[in-house]
Design a protein around this ligand. Structure first.
Ligand code: ARG
Length: 414
C-alpha cells in the first residue's frame, strides 16, 4: 500500500534534514519537501538535491519573491506595520506565504499532512499552524522539534546514521532567519539584553563607525504608497528592495536591537538588519506627512499598530485583515511623490519630500511674504477654542482664590 504524504517546510539545514527520515520512521509518511525563495539568497536547486539525497520522494522549490513583495511586503509597508514600533516583520510576513504555498502543494500532491521545523517557544509555529488550520483544517500538522528532544550532537549522530550529508560549515552561535525584507538574529550571547551585540551577529550592514565618510543620497519615488523608482529609474519591487539593502548596508543603516514581546508570553532579545525596510518605512511615513490629512495620519497610527500585531500574531488570513487592507489602499490613494534620503554613518535621514498631492501650502505657511492666511480670523477662533478650558478654570480650578495647582514633581531637597 502506498504511504500517505506529508509536505515538509524545508530549509536544508540540519534540523529539517533530520526531519525527513524522522517523520518517515515515526509517522510512516512519504516526505515531500517544500522550499520557497523569499530572497534569502540560497541556492534552491542545491537544497532540492539535498532533500532528495536525504530520502524525500519529491522536492518542491518555488521562487516566491514577487508574490512576497507584492502581496505581503508592500502592503505591510503601505500600512506602516512595524511591530512595537521597531520590527519590520520580515520573518512574520514570510510565514503565512510559505504556509499557504504548502497547502497548495498538499492539495496538488494529495498529501494528508504538513510539517515544519519550528520550536515550541517561538512565534513561527503559531503563524504556520494558524494558517494551516485556517486554510486546510483537514491536514494533520507535524512539528518534530516540538516533539523530539534532540540536542545538536544527537541530531548530528542521527544524521550520520541516516547518511544525511551535513556540511562542514562552522556552526553559527545564533539562530538566523532571513528574507528580502530583513535578517533576524537571536540566541547565543544576544540572550543577555545588557550585552552589546558583537560584530559577528551582523551580516548585512557595516559597523556605522566604519561606514563611508561621505554621505550618499537616494531619491525614492512612491505611487499610491508603493515605492516604484530609485534615483529616477523605475524598478520592480524585488530589485528595488535589493538595491536599498545593499546601499543601506554599506552605510550601516538598518540595525535594530529589540527586546520584543512574543505572542507566547516570552520577552526575547532580537537583532534585526533591515536596511531597505528601515529606509522605505521612514521615507513612506515622511511622504504621508505631506499627503495625508491630520485626522487620516492620526488614525493611520492605530491602523499601523493593528496591522503590525495581526502580522506578528499570524492572523494574516483573516477577514479583519481584508477589511484593514481596504482601508489602507484607500488611505494611500494620494500618497504619491518623491522623498530624498541621506544615508550616513548608520542613519537614514529624510532631507526632502515633494508631491503633486501635497497638502503643504507655502502660501499659507510662509512668514516671508504676504500670506493667504487671514490672521485676523485667528482671534475669534482662539476665543472659542479656549472657551471650555476657560470656563472650567473659573468655576473649579481657580475658585477659592488659591491659584492654579501646577502639575509637576514636588521638590524634595532645596
Ligand atoms: N522574533 C522574530 C519574529 O517572531 C524573528 C524570528 C525569526 N527566527 C529566528 N531564528 N531568528 O518574527
Amino acid at each position: 500500500m502506498p504511504r500517505d504524504k506529508v509536505i515538509l517546510a524545508y530549509s536544508g539545514g540540519l534540523d529539517t534534514s533530520v526531519m525527513v527520515p524522522w517523520i518517515r520512521e515515526k509517522y510512516n509518511l512519504d516526505v515531500i519537501t517544500f522550499t520557497a525563495d523569499l530572497g534569502q539568497g540560497e541556492d534552491l536547486e542545491q537544497i532540492r538535491q539535498k532533500a532528495l539525497k536525504t530520502g524525500a520522494i519529491d522536492a518542491i522549490a518555488v521562487d516566491a519573491r514577487n508574490l512576497f513583495v507584492d502581496c505581503f511586503v508592500f502592503p505591510a509597508l503601505m500600512a506602516g506595520a512595524l511591530y512595537e514600533g521597531k520590527y519590520p516583520l520580515a520573518t512574520a510576513l514570510g510565514r503565512p506565504l510559505i504556509a499557504k504555498l504548502m497547502v497548495d502543494a498538499a492539495r496538488q500532491h494529495q498529501a494528508k499532512a504538513v510539517a515544519h521545523g519550528c520550536t515550541g517557544k517561538g512565534n513561527d509555529q503559531v503563524r504556520f499552524d494558524v494558517t494551516f488550520q485556517t486554510l486546510a483544517p483537514d491536514l494533520k500538522i507535524i512539528a518534530p522539534v516540538r516533539e523530539w528532544s534532540m540536542t545538536r550532537p544527537e541530531a548530528l549522530a542521527y544524521a550520520a546514521r541516516h547518511h544525511i550529508p551535513v556540511e562542514a560549515t562552522v556552526e553559527s552561535p545564533y539562530s538566523i532567519d532571513q528574507n528580502l525584507w530583513g535578517r533576524s538574529c537571536e540566541a547565543g550571547v544576544l540572550e543577555d539584553p545588557w550585552d552589546e551585540p558583537p560584530a559577528d551577529a551582523f551580516a548585512w550592514t557595516v559597523d556605522p563607525a566604519q561606514a563611508p565618510d561621505e554621505p550618499e543620497y537616494v531619491d525614492i519615488e512612491f505611487e499610491r504608497g508603493v515605492p516604484v523608482a530609485l534615483n529616477g529609474s523605475r524598478l520592480e519591487g524585488v530589485p528595488l528592495i535589493e538595491k536599498l539593502n545593499a546601499l543601506g548596508g554599506k552605510h550601516g543603516v538598518g540595525r535594530i536591537d529589540h527586546v520584543e514581546n512574543r505572542l507566547v508570553g516570552i520577552k526575547s532579545r532580537e537583532l534585526y538588519e533591515a536596511p531597505a525596510a528601515v529606509i522605505l518605512h521612514d521615507a513612506h511615513r515622511e511622504l504621508e506627512t505631506l499627503c495625508l490629512s491630520k485626522q487620516a495620519a492620526r488614525f493611520k497610527t492605530l491602523v499601523s499598530q493593528e496591522y503590525a500585531d495581526l502580522i506578528y500574531n499570524g492572523l494574516w488570513f483573516s477577514a479583519f485583515h481584508q477589511d484593514l487592507f481596504q482601508f489602507v489602499l484607500s488611505n494611500q490613494r494620494f500618497v504619491t511623490g518623491t522623498v530624498r534620503v541621506k544615508l550616513f554613518k548608520g542613519r537614514a535621514t529624510v532631507v526632502g519630500r515633494k508631491s503633486d498631492f501635497s497638502l503643504y501650502s507655502k502660501k499659507l505657511a510662509t512668514y516671508a511674504e504676504k500670506s493667504d492666511f487671514d490672521q485676523s480670523a485667528a482671534q475669534g477662533f482662539i476665543k472659542i477654542f479656549g472657551l471650555g478650558q476657560q470656563t472650567q478654570a473659573q468655576r473649579q480650578l481657580l475658585a477659592g482664590g488659591k491659584g492654579f495647582d501646577l502639575p509637576g514633581l514636588p521638590r524634595t531637597k532645596d
